[in-house]
Design a protein around this ligand. Sequence first.
Ligand SMILES: Cc1cc2nc3c(=O)[nH]c(=O)nc-3n(C[C@H](O)[C@H](O)[C@H](O)COP(=O)(O)OP(=O)(O)OC[C@H]3O[C@@H](n4cnc5c(N)ncnc54)[C@H](O)[C@@H]3O)c2cc1C
Ligand SMILES: *[C@@H]1O[C@H](CO)[C@@H](O)[C@H](O)[C@H]1NC(C)=O
Ligand SMILES: *[C@@H]1O[C@H](CO)[C@@H](O)[C@H](O)[C@H]1NC(C)=O
Ligand SMILES: *[C@@H]1O[C@H](CO)[C@@H](O)[C@H](O)[C@H]1NC(C)=O
Ligand SMILES: *[C@@H]1O[C@H](CO)[C@@H](O)[C@H](O)[C@H]1NC(C)=O
Length: 567
Amino acid sequence: MLANNATRRLIGGWRRTLSANAIVKRPSSTSKSTNTINLVQASRWTGRSVLALAASAGAVGFGLAAFALDRSPKRTASLFNDMTPGPRYASVKELELALKEIRQETKALGEDEDIISTDADELHAHGYSEWSTVNPDGLPVAVAYPRSTEQVSVIARICHRYHVPIIGYSGGSSLEGHFSAPYGGISVDFAYMNKIIQLNKGDMDVVVQPSIGWQDLNTQLAQMGSGLFFPIDPGPSAKIGGMIGTNCSGTNAVRYGTMKDWVINLTVVLADGTVIKTRRRPRKSSAGYNLNGIFVGSEGTLGLVTEATLKLAIVPEETSVAVVSFPTMRDAASAAAGIMQAGIPVASMEVMDDIQMRVINLGGATAPRVWKEAPTLFFKFAGTKPSVKDNISRVNGITKANGGSNFEFARDEREQKLLWSARKEVLWSMLALRKEGEEVWSTDVAVPFSRLAELIEISKKEMDEMGLFASILGHIGDGNFHESIIYNRTDPAERAKVERCVKNMVNRALDMEGTCTGEHSVGWGKKASLLREVGPDTLGVMKQIKAALDPLWIMNPGKIFDVPSER
Ligand SMILES: Cc1cc2nc3c(=O)[nH]c(=O)nc-3n(C[C@H](O)[C@H](O)[C@H](O)COP(=O)(O)OP(=O)(O)OC[C@H]3O[C@@H](n4cnc5c(N)ncnc54)[C@H](O)[C@@H]3O)c2cc1C
Ligand SMILES: *[C@@H]1O[C@H](CO)[C@@H](O)[C@H](O)[C@H]1NC(C)=O
Ligand SMILES: *[C@@H]1O[C@H](CO)[C@@H](O)[C@H](O)[C@H]1NC(C)=O
Ligand SMILES: *[C@@H]1O[C@H](CO)[C@@H](O)[C@H](O)[C@H]1NC(C)=O
Ligand SMILES: *[C@@H]1O[C@H](CO)[C@@H](O)[C@H](O)[C@H]1NC(C)=O
């Protein structure tokens, strides 16, 4: 219905824009208050840049932007040199045909609704993110809302025939421009595929569609009285499809591992519409290559996940949340290391700096409680009652030995929830502190956890010296931490400062044998860092896998690595 109305309302304006421009562009200075994108304006914005390119190339195609955007350094000689010619993307005519055919075929298969929308607001919402560090120019030209794997397959088959880019979209909470559409194309939003398909209680697994949120899944599992839950907890609004896309983790990872540990098998629609299942349902298998490992963390660049079978964990009998503050970050980090080395099975262990604690106090989520504004560890304990008690007393001992004070427990379940949600929503608390014209840059790195304190200290000092308002929080047990920086978007010098800080932090992490991203993944924003982290030969293997599964380079192009330039 959504799609139908939208289409009727906007099809006229959209067609006008489309015939003038292949890419619907946003001005680089899009203001936060501009939630809508006016398509007449859009055609004016595109006017100069895109049409100039189009004229010089003699054709209007999405791929044209590749010339301007591919700034990858020249690769040294290697096994995989120059293996892929640059892709050619659909012309406007081809795009129109593709949309028409998708509508016709889904209708012929019994779909009553128009599954495609070209509503300007929806295009904007699917190509721009307020919390992303980067927003490359360009928006999708349409959003498809499939209802089934079969419809996703139709979309992929037709897009493949016409070389139309396809970008998967689930919760939209990713942070590095993951679902942006720098080459235009169709955003595939799984909003209507949000159900539990089958709960196998005895096997402790569940088959779900990609657009079920992890919180919603847990609510439903509780309502079904399953006694089971899904422990991976990234952004509050994240959904399973995107969580597989980014190989996410969250506060529970120190105990339960990351997304890849919880995927049993996947149904994936490949670039040409072929539907595969990666495995069968047993918990282990050594049959052939690990295709789950290829699709988990592939950011929608290899295929679209339309169903996932996930392992579930037992809801613990007892949960307890505690907070301890420390004189310095280094003390907090050495307490955390002591706890890891003692093998105490904490369910979560999070670190926040003084600024982050102030942000929580300012946010007021846990009012009337006011927390000490000092480096702080948050703990979650889970298990049987006696084990929780036993583990708490050991943790208490270790934190005391490292200068920890005010070991405070959440008083009841309500306060546990409040406290944990205050932790989960810190990014939003930061966003709430912005003044007019300001943005938040949220980034993550991970290092072997013995190096974490040093990295945090240097990075914090650098940000202070540059006069930036920044907070630090992290999944300290995994050596993974986040920096959120508030900066003035309209001030190019300040943006450059932030970029320099983040780049320095990433480089420092790499020098400490770390990674440029512990859990947010690469997207559009961290491509250069990935190259620096793994080197051209390893990146070459990744590109080879991409080329094997998506030779036309239509699946989420421009993410993880650049699109090869057209030759
Ligand atoms: C407040 C906040 C807190 C956060 N905290 C954490 C945290 O603690 N840990 C953490 O890891 N992350 C965190 N994140 C980041 C984010 O929640 C994760 O990256 C999450 O995995 C994204 O899921 P999503 O459904 O929102 O994905 P989306 O943003 O919709 O998509 C992410 C990627 O997956 C692809 N994709 C989407 N659906 C599919 C599909 N069906 N098939 C194939 N590819 C698909 C997209 O194309 C895109 O590349 C946080 C974000 C916010 C806003
Ligand atoms: C996993 O495999 C089982 C058995 O083949 C199948 O029933 C189930 O649908 C599969 N799940 C997914 C998500 O492919
Ligand atoms: C996913 O994340 C885990 C933990 O960081 C890592 O071990 C794994 O290699 C990542 N990627 C895949 C595809 O599993
Ligand atoms: C945590 O508690 C459980 C149950 O009492 C116990 O078996 C385990 O040894 C404890 N771990 C530590 C390191 O205290
Ligand atoms: C942001 O920077 C612009 C340009 O330098 C300046 O005019 C504006 O006042 C700044 N805004 C804030 C909130 O500091």
